[in-house]
Ligand binder design. Structure first.
Ligand code: ADP
Ligand code: MG
Length: 242
């Protein structure tokens, strides 16, 4: 077996004395498309922050592309949960996407032609090239989310990690964005956090269920019993709530 792209080994983490993760282990291999699901407060965002080296686990080990998270994350495109971007800030789409080059470009000031070319590629890939000169405040929710994804793609990542990227957008745009992920998955490993298990299982290879501990990491089907254990309520209600 080749070294997994993401290796989480027996990770535990608490915020002060509030435990968020207990003995979580998960491996994700190259070109897998995995969904991380679970109830609010289940530790999904915390696990991603540990994976990216933004938080240190209390115990356990994490590697990203076989390296320490701080090193591996240079090859990761990350879309944090509900980006609280001031959408009234006067910023064009192309400039927001270019901000994704900050970590990779050698330049301290300004952007190289290479940066601009990459930004255009990322906007084409996410089908927002025609919006390049629009102010971000004028975009629909779905278009804005595509711009955020373009910004994560512009550094040419090997791995894409997204925290509830479709939380506040309509079902139609959500499906379109997951079609995009499916295309990107042809050459990228993808880990996406979602609430909507029913919807997401149509797209991903595997679902990992997290509620402080990792309850399952099944291929394709997550069975009813596991879901009820995870959410502590009947599946009908889960579907209703999410
Ligand atoms: P999820 O993303 O699955 O909703 P989180 O990882 O955000 O879950 O939260 C897991 C647990 O950690 C929750 O109990 C939450 O209240 C707590 N938590 C999250 N962030 C912080 C923080 N910065 N300080 C203290 N507690 C936090
Ligand atoms: Mg979260």
């Amino acid at each position: 077996m080749p070294e997994p792209v993401i290796r989480i080994e027996d990770v535990s983490f608490s915020y002060g004395d509030v435990p968020a993760l207990e003995h979580v282990s998960l491996e994700i291999h190259e070109r897998e498309f995995v969904a991380l699901v679970g109830p609010n407060g289940g530790g999904k965002s915390t696990l991603l922050r540990i994976l990216l080296g933004l938080l240190r686990p209390d115990s356990g080990r994490v590697t990203l592309l076989g390296r320490r998270p701080e090193e591996g994350r240079r090859h990761v495109g990350y879309v944090p949960q509900s980006l609280h971007f001031d959408r009234d800030f006067p910023l064009r789409v192309r400039d927001m996407v270019l901000m994704g080059r900050l970590g990779v470009s050698r330049r301290l000031i300004g952007h190289s032609p290479e940066d601009r070319r990459r930004a255009m590629d990322a906007m084409e890939q996410t089908e927002i090239a025609h919006l390049a000169d629009r102010q971000i405040g004028t975009l629909s929710g779905g278009q804005f989310q595509r711009a955020v994804i373009a910004r994560a793609l512009v550094s040419d990542p090997k791995v894409l990690i997204l925290d509830e990227p479709t939380a506040n957008i309509d079902q139609r745009s959500e499906s379109d964005i997951f079609e995009l992920f499916r295309e990107l998955n042809e050459h990228m490993t993808i880990l996406v956090v979602s609430h909507d298990i029913g919807f997401i299982s149509r797209y991903v290879d595997r679902v990992a269920c997290l509620n402080r501990t990792l309850i399952c990491h099944e291929t394709r089907e997550v069975d009813r019993k596991v879901l009820e254990k995870l959410y502590g309520m009947p599946v009908r209600e889960i579907a209703h709530r999410h």
